[in-house]
Design a protein around this ligand. Structure first.
Ligand code: SAH
Length: 245
């Protein structure tokens, strides 16, 4: 097994949490299964063990670090949606570490989700469901509207676009975690202006460096404080083409 994937100390020193032996084995299995699936469908360009560890495993889990504490591992299940999951990030590492959470992987590209079904079957993951549609469509379906406790979004669009995708899917009191690299005061000001229209509020912005390459990461955390008006999200394509401003 790759040394990095077994390095508990690095998790402990960066996130204050350690994977179990079982989880370390699952991370290795996930790495192998993603690389295999990647030969059929373009899931990720991040394939070296170091990059996979840092940019997929570590990065996916740093976004949910507040829940990695022991008490939360015994806490009630959460309904989670990973919007624009692509190659399964951040959803798959989160699903491995929180087996009592139900994770819906959403992506507009059906063939990516078909490939992820094979990955999840290989790992025997039972807490995953698949939404092969655009967020703009799913968010208007009664089963999914205001149905989630947590929405995760990494590399899916601008913050304002992500807010329009995520807030309609969240229950009152739910949170959206936007995984971002750089984060500017201009982006924050613009986001703060549009959030009230979606029933959202900016809860916090956390930043940290990635452990290997010292890249900057920001987590922008939104909370749902009021019902989202029915007109959001707008028609497919609109939130990305003309973000709320
Ligand atoms: N979250 C992954 C993938 C990012 S690539 C990661 O960080 O590695 C962005 C993905 O979002 C693509 O797979 C694309 O198909 C999907 N996507 C973009 N807009 C979307 C939308 N409106 N609804 C659902 N999926 C979307």
């Amino acid at each position: 097994m790759n040394m990095l994937l077994t390095d508990r100390d690095r998790w402990q020193s960066t996130l204050g949490w350690q994977p179990t032996d079982v989880q370390l084995g699952q991370f290795q299995q996930l790495y192998e299964a993603i690389l295999t699936a990647n030969q059929q469908v373009n899931l990720t360009r991040i394939t070296s063990p170091e990059d996979f560890w840092e940019k997929h495993l570590w990065d996916s889990l740093q976004g949910v670090a507040p829940w990695l504490v022991e008490a939360e591992l015994g806490a009630p299940p959460r309904q989670v949606v990973d919007i624009g999951t692509g190659g399964g990030f951040p959803g798959l590492p989160v699903a491995l570490v929180f087996p009592h959470w139900a994770i819906a992987l959403m992506d507009a590209t059906r063939k990516k989700l078909v490939a992820l079904e094979t990955v999840c079957a290989t790992l025997g993951m039972a807490n995953i469901s698949y939404l092969p549609q655009r967020a703009e469509q799913v968010a208007h379906q009664p089963r999914h509207r205001e149905a989630y406790d947590l929405a995760l979004l990494r590399a899916v669009g601008s913050a304002n676009t992500c807010a329009e995708y995520a807030l309609p899917l969240l229950q009152l009191g739910g949170q959206a975690i936007l995984y971002r690299g750089q984060w500017t005061t201009a982006e924050e000001a613009s986001l703060a202006t549009i959030l009230p229209r979606l029933g959202g509020q900016l809860l916090a912005v956390r930043s940290q460096k990635t452990p290997l390459s010292q890249g900057i990461r920001h987590n922008v955390i939104l909370s749902k404080v009021e019902r989202t008006p029915d007109k959001f999200p707008r028609l497919p394509g609109m939130p990305a083409k003309t973000p709320l401003a």
